[in-house]
Design a protein around this ligand. Structure first.
Ligand code: FAD
Ligand code: FES
Ligand code: MG
Length: 284
């Protein structure tokens, strides 16, 4: 069991939780994730990226959006309580090298998993331009933290309530059009956002890396739940990824597979609210 050290609500739907996990904190690298089981041996297992870690304190930081039953249950935990278990670090670390200029794009909750990559790209000597996109002002996260590492930070919102009124692809296109163009792009967010970032970067021959958020169960390559088509080959996101060359990813197929359990998820979410009396709760 892992003790929750602190909990902070970053926006209406996003929570940051620091959890004790000394071995993981010491071993993790940018881009890796955990499988977290919240409340019982038989509870649902969900993948969450390691947004940060403190080796001295022996803790990892999780940043998650309350989208369904399990993330709501996690949001209801308080410091001093425990999560049943955490497995990790899983997945391959991000390929970090000195590329030159790297544009890092985070959409919604994607800004959190992007943060350790921005830190590592900067530490490797890159010039890092960060674009954060959200539906509205209240949903912009990690602005201050990104600002500490980025050479430039662009905020866009769908409704124009903060930063530029634009989709992330607009500033990405401007960076790609510039001379010299970026040497690499990284995009993390909803699949549809990563698909269009890939299209934009592709038009200018800028290589782009995306971090896929498929459904996962075991996280160790055994269940096949995270299967995706990359460059015409079957890959498992948990062991072959989570990052891939965006230009090779079959996003359409991935999005269809991610909708496979939609009805069941909605039912669980509804039941979770009724059983726990969570109407009007944090992140509801
Ligand atoms: P549900 O109502 O069960 O599902 C809502 C949606 O979440 C589904 O439609 C599906 O798209 C997705 N989802 C559901 N179950 C799973 C599952 N077992 N595995 C993957 N996706 C699922 N989210 C964050 O908020 N922060 C993160 O740092 C983060 N990192 C991730 C890293 C990886 C490698 C992956 C694959 C996913 C990551 N996610 C992250 C997504 C997160 O796992 C889902 O939001 C979570 O599982 C939803 O669970 P739920 O029961 O609350 O919602
Ligand atoms: Fe089971 Fe990847 S999560 S194979
Ligand atoms: Mg669920």
């Amino acid at each position: 069991m892992n003790r929750i050290i602190s909990k902070k609500q970053l926006s209406a739907e996003v929570f940051e939780m620091v959890v004790e996990a000394p071995l993981i904190a010491g071993a993790r690298k940018a881009g890796q994730f955990l499988i977290v089981q919240i409340d019982s041996e038989w509870g649902e297992r969900i993948p969450l990226t390691i947004a940060d870690a403190d080796t001295a304190a022996g803790t990892v930081t999780l940043v998650f959006q309350t989208v369904g039953a399990t993330t709501h249950k996690l949001a209801w935990k308080e410091p001093g309580e425990f999560v049943e278990n955490i497995l990790g670090p899983l997945g391959n670390p991000t390929h970090i090298e000195k590329f030159g200029t790297v544009v890092c794009v985070g959409g919604g909750i994607g800004a959190a998993p992007l943060f350790p990559i921005v830190q590592a790209m900067k530490a490797a000597g890159n010039r890092v331009q960060v674009i954060i996109g959200a539906r509205s002002r209240e949903l912009v996260i990690f602005e201050e933290r990104m600002g500490q590492y980025a050479d430039g930070l662009t905020i866009v919102t769908d409704d124009g309530s903060y930063g530029r009124k634009a989709l992330v692809t607009e500033p990405l296109k401007e960076f790609c059009q510039a001379d010299p163009k970026p040497d690499m792009a990284v995009a993390i967010g909803p699949p549809i956002m990563m698909k269009f970032c890939t299209k934009t970067a592709g038009e200018f021959n800028v290589p782009i890396m995306v971090s896929l958020n498929t459904i996962m169960i075991d996280g160790t390559g055994m269940c096949g739940g995270c299967r995706v088509n990359v460059g015409g080959k079957t890959k498992f996101v948990c062991v072959d990824g989570p990052e891939f060359d965006g230009r090779l990813v079959d996003f359409e197929n991935m999005m269809i597979r991610m909708r496979a359990f939609k009805e069941r998820e909605e039912l669980d979410h509804h039941r979770c609210h009724l059983e726990l009396g969570l109407e009007g709760s944090p992140g509801s």
